[in-house]
Design a protein around this ligand. Sequence first.
Ligand SMILES: Nc1nc2c(ncn2[C@@H]2O[C@H](COP(=O)(O)OP(=O)(O)OP(=O)(O)O)[C@@H](O)[C@H]2O)c(=O)[nH]1
Ligand SMILES: [Mg+2]
Length: 209
Amino acid sequence: MNETLKLVLVGQIGAGKTSLLQSHRQQEFISHNVSTIAVDFQGFKNVLINGKLFDISIWDTAGQEKFRSITRMSLQNANVSILCFDLSDPDSFRHIQGWLDFLQVNCQPDMGIIIVGTKMDLPTFYNKEDLQKFLQTLNTQQQLKLFLTSAKTKEGVQDTFQYAYELGANIKIKALKMNKSTLLVPPGEPSTQTHKKSTNKYFNSCYCC
Ligand SMILES: Nc1nc2c(ncn2[C@@H]2O[C@H](COP(=O)(O)OP(=O)(O)OP(=O)(O)O)[C@@H](O)[C@H]2O)c(=O)[nH]1
Ligand SMILES: [Mg+2]
């Protein structure tokens, strides 16, 4: 059975989350005024990442304040969060710190975070260097990687998701290895103790069989 990966899109209302996901799904860009209600969900099966197959779910949360509790629930067990802000809105990046604080409180500590500037086809107030510098001033434990995208021209979109998938896969594999090593070492037993040899030919050196 494939491992699973969970990615969650977050950000202010109108930041471009839904359009980004639609662009990733190769859907035609249509300018619209429809806000996401509660949360939407997309699934991708059998995605090959670093030689391993994953089933990926991408949760597209609503930016509207009234849905914050649903966003909070959507973040449970997320491996990567994609935090979107609007490059064409002079006020948009001011919300990034607030979202980072929200993620820190509501997510597991090993979740990865990617910052995505959207709508780069529109006139923008920022250049990438200044944004990188700004990200370094933010208060977070995380290493933040910045991507600039346009759902309209598709620029930067696949790179963003490719990076998100790889980041998520690495986090997931690391977590699985840690769980395995915890399971293999029985609590309270000294590591020098010799174990009865297993009769199971597949798990000869495994402590648990
Ligand atoms: N020109 C341009 N417009 C965009 C782009 N991405 C989104 N938009 C427009 O920005 C508006 C908001 O986009 P959405 O994708 O709905 O934003 P959202 O973050 O999902 O918004 P909520 O669901 O309300 O939180 C829509 O009118 C989109 O057509 C882009 O890359 N370029
Ligand atoms: Mg939306």
